[in-house]
Design a protein around this ligand. Structure first.
Ligand SMILES: Cc1cc2nc3c(=O)[nH]c(=O)nc-3n(C[C@H](O)[C@H](O)[C@H](O)COP(=O)(O)OP(=O)(O)OC[C@H]3O[C@@H](n4cnc5c(N)ncnc54)[C@H](O)[C@@H]3O)c2cc1C
Length: 382
């Protein structure tokens, strides 16, 4: 088994690590305090190709492989998770559906501005009454006179309301299947469409500088051709999108866990109690050793899931395992990082306090830990 990264993967990792260290980390505290969306950073990331990493050059992408993209998410999230999730939601949830399921015309039209970072795109699946039960969407789209008439709402949609957002792809009920279950299709809704109402940003516990909004659709009309792929394929499409997204969220969690270890190790070496660095106490060393071990394992798990994906092999089980383990690893790492900082860890000026607040959502977004366990159990044959 060869765990060596190739030259391109190393180059992307190093570029992202340097960018996170020099451009993102110094602004992270301010972004958290103000909650302002980091337009300048996102613009720079677009310029260096980070917002279209896994898409072919013919659609404006960088042509990188899926593992390189995940490694990039890890490194950017090590700098700041608000920026990491903006990149992840834009790429895995916003742009990827066009690439995987769009027809050639849709790919040519929508992907290049997204891959260049000129626009962001959102994916609207969750509703106030259907979260984990993602097939229970109530938003309806009726085909009338060559247009979809959409009525309904969405909740918690990332990247939906920034100044550079191009639009959202939403899951909507478009009919009834022969087995009487809802027929779900994914429909492209450009920003500015009449009847598409973007709500105010939520006030959040973490990921403060990322954009999260409720959306409403009131007799919103989009052309019939705005359907993504085939009518009725919506559920199948977003299950596949979420599998890939979960590998990227695992990478994001590893980045945050690594940031916790970085801060905890450096603090432990310089903080003195009882006349010596606290890093000389075995109780502290064991916490650091456990953090490093779990991070290594979580990283290998997302590498394997990404590798399977790149080989065209089934990877749903490994994606859920990686997401589950990495998000829970990050939570334990954030907790121990605050513990190692003592009272200072509770103070806002120490990054670990921000990490502790931001880590919780990793166990919720793109499928909660309970849902990951259900998927894994199903894959085991339960
Ligand atoms: C900051 C943020 C960004 C987000 N971005 C997006 C986005 O861009 N696009 C999008 O579509 N959605 C997005 N979401 C929504 C997110 O995916 C959902 O919040 C998540 O899937 C959980 O749904 P819910 O919040 O409705 O919780 P619920 O489904 O109501 O779950 C509540 C609790 O019940 C548990 N539960 C539910 N069903 C079961 C079951 N069968 N067995 C056991 N336990 C169960 C859950 O695990 C959880 O603990 C975002 C959410 C947040 C907070």
């Amino acid at each position: 088994m060869d765990f060596t990264l190739n030259e391109e993967q190393i180059a992307i990792r190093d570029t992202c690590r340097e960018f996170a260290e020099q451009e993102i980390k110094p602004r992270a505290e301010e972004m958290d305090a103000t909650g302002k969306f980091p337009y300048a950073l996102i613009h720079k990331m677009g310029e260096i190709g980070l917002l279209g990493l896994p898409f072919p050059e013919e659609y404006g992408g960088a042509g990188a492989d899926f593992l390189s993209y995940c490694i990039a998410i890890e490194e950017i999230s090590r700098g700041d998770v608000s920026v990491g999730v903006t990149m992840e939601a834009h790429t895995s949830l916003g742009a990827m559906p066009f690439y995987l399921f769009g027809n050639e015309q849709q790919k040519q039209r929508y992907l290049p501005p997204l891959a260049h970072g000129e626009q962001l795109w959102a994916f609207g699946l969750t509703e106030s009454e259907s979260g984990s039960d993602s097939g229970g969407a109530q938003t309806r789209a009726v085909l009338q006179d060559g247009h979809w008439r959409i009525n309904g709402s969405k909740a918690f949609i990332t990247n939906a309301g920034t100044d550079i957002t191009g639009g959202v792809t939403i899951a909507a009920v478009t009919g009834t299947r022969p087995d009487r279950r809802n027929e779900i299709s994914n429909i492209i809704v450009p920003k500015g469409t009449a009847g598409y109402i973007i709500g105010k940003s939520y006030k959040k516990m973490g990921w403060k500088a990322s954009d999260t909004r409720p959306l409403a659709f009131e007799d919103c009309l989009v052309p019939a051709e705005n359907i993504l792929g085939q009518r009725g394929d919506g559920f199948k499409q977003f299950m596949h999108i979420l599998d890939g997204g979960r590998v990227a969220i695992a990478a994001l969690s590893v980045g945050l866990a690594q940031a916790c270890l970085d801060e905890a190790l450096s603090y432990a070496k310089q903080r003195k109690q009882f006349g010596q660095s606290i890093s000389t106490f075995q109780a502290i060393q064991f916490k650091l050793a456990d953090m490093a071990t779990e991070i290594e394992l979580a990283r290998l798990m997302y590498y394997k899931a990404a590798w399977l994906h790149m080989q065209g092999k089934p990877f749903r089980r490994e994606a859920s395992m990686a997401k589950l383990f990495a998000s829970e690893t990050a939570k334990r790492a954030a907790d121990q990082a605050v513990q190692i900082h003592g009272g200072y860890g509770f103070m806002d000026e120490y990054p670990v306090s921000r990490y502790w607040r931001s880590v919780k959502i990793n166990e919720i977004g793109e499928g909660t830990s309970e849902i990951q366990r259900i998927i894994i159990a199903k894959e085991l044959g339960c």
